[in-house]
Design a protein around this ligand. Structure first.
Ligand SMILES: Cc1cc2nc3c(=O)[nH]c(=O)nc-3n(C[C@H](O)[C@H](O)[C@H](O)COP(=O)(O)OP(=O)(O)OC[C@H]3O[C@@H](n4cnc5c(N)ncnc54)[C@H](O)[C@@H]3O)c2cc1C
Length: 404
């Protein structure tokens, strides 16, 4: 089997992330699955620890906040394993522990990644170290993010935001929310920009928290933006409406965040596979990678098939992150990784339940929970179908207007 070794310099990071996943996240995994909407206070200490390690340079990027490209996007000289790869590796380990809890660690929001991707140096300084959620989705705009209706109107030194945002991960607990809004709806997608809003802003009104199938440890909020005033310099990137660049700038965030969500799926997938392999071993099933599918038990052959899918998802994810570290355009690979890993997570978790039978379905074990958690990773940051659409557009050289 083709495999990649973890780069030597990242091995301590991966080891530490695994320790955290095993000793901090797994023990409270079921607790916060049951106690939905309760804040996992155990994670506050962990967040301080991660901050400290990031500041001391001990970690090369542990969560979503670690991702940033070089300013000019130019290819680095030689082969660089940087913060995208280290972040993906640590996210895989942490999600082997618990994906909902990873999303609940203060400071590790998808909004942090957006800030890291598009903020200028002064904004990075201003918002650095604070927990940021990401609010794109609206009641009338999910997959088609260009259809958002939230508006941002410049009045003096302030933008005034009005609209509705739903399904905001960490929207209740984060300190900041990166909100997508249009400067001028008549100019279409080019006028869409992202704005950093303080969660305490009185114009950002929390409407409700969702009850969910999975990742129940993570809060998912719906907001109303009502004459929400924010300083002019809270707009990320350039305020100019440039039909060639503007939306591309906002979309660039996805090139960094999709490999992260793929990494989450890879982590959950590995958890399910390891658990199932152990259960099969307990039941006396011999799994021999040198034997072909028809010369060993059906259970062993099925597990190997699931493991092969896992490897493919993992390699695509590492490739997308490595390309970002090396200044290579990775939209295609980021979408391929997200599509493959999202689908694999769901298929493998359900396949493992099948192999484990009744024990896989019960709440005494975590397998049924991983199957519920996995589904969201095939939905947010662009659904399975949308990733496939993006891949098709890129391969066929079609625009979003030509292939929709
Ligand atoms: C738990 C949770 C957390 C979330 N967190 C966030 C967050 O932090 N920030 C945020 O902004 N959003 C978040 N979302 C929203 C998420 O990104 C959207 O749900 C997702 O983009 C899909 O949008 P939709 O639900 O409106 O589905 P729709 O866009 O209505 O799609 C419905 C179905 O149609 C398919 N479909 C749509 N268009 C096409 C097409 N052109 N071709 C083929 N199939 C298509 C989709 O794949 C899907 O299967 C979250 C959602 C959930 C459930």
């Amino acid at each position: 089997m083709i495999d990649l070794e973890v780069p030597r310099k990242f091995r301590p990071l991966v080891g530490q992330a695994h320790q955290v996943a095993e000793n901090v996240l797994r023990p409270i995994s079921r607790k916060y699955d049951t106690a939905e909407h309760e804040r996992p206070v155990e994670l506050d200490m962990l967040a301080s620890l991660i901050d400290g390690m990031n500041e001391s340079g001990e970690l090369g990027g542990t969560g979503a906040a670690g991702v940033r490209r070089s300013a000019n996007g130019a290819a680095a000289e030689g082969n660089r394993n940087g913060s995208n790869l280290s972040t993906v590796l640590s996210v895989i380990e942490m999600c082997w522990g618990d994906v909902g809890l990873l999303l609940s660690i203060p400071g590790q929001g998808l909004g942090n990644s957006a800030i890291a991707s598009v903020a200028d140096d002064e904004q990075l300084e201003r918002y650095g170290g604070r927990w940021a959620a990401m609010a794109i989705t609206e009641p009338e705009a999910g997959s088609d993010s260009a259809a958002i209706r939230t508006t941002a109107v410049l009045e003096g030194d302030e933008y005034v935001l009005n609209g509705e945002k739903i399904y905001v991960t960490a929207g209740e607990r984060a300190e900041l929310v990166v909100v997508w809004a249009s400067l001028d709806r008549s100019q279409g997608r080019a006028a869409i920009k992202s704005f950093v809003v303080e969660r305490s802003n009185p114009g950002m009104i929390l409407e409700r928290l969702e009850h969910k199938l999975g990742i129940r440890a993570s809060d998912t909020a719906a907001f109303r933006l009502e004459n929400c005033r924010i300083p002019k310099d809270a707009l990320l990137g350039s305020p100019d409406i440039d039909s060639r660049k503007s939306f591309a700038g906002a979309m660039q965030t996805f090139d960094n965040t999709r490999p992260l969500v793929a990494a989450m799926a890879v982590g959950v997938t590995r958890a399910a596979l390891e658990h199932t392999r152990a259960k099969l071993a307990e039941a006396g099933v011999v799994i021999d990678p040198r034997k072909s599918a028809w010369t060993q038990s059906a259970a062993a052959a099925r597990l190997q098939q699931l493991e092969a899918d896992y490897e493919a998802a993992r390699l695509l994810t590492l490739q997308a992150a490595w390309m970002a570290d090396n200044g290579k355009p990775n939209s295609l690979q980021a979408s391929m990784a997200k599509a493959k890993a999202g689908r694999t997570g769901v298929d493998v978790a359900l396949g493992c339940i099948e192999l484990c039978g009744a024990t896989g379905y019960g709440e005494d074990e975590l397998l049924e929970k991983w199957a519920r958690d996995a589904k969201i990773l095939d939905i947010f940051e662009g659904t399975q179908q949308i990733q496939l659409l993006i891949v098709a557009r890129q391969l066929l050289g079609k625009t979003s207007a030509e292939l929709r």
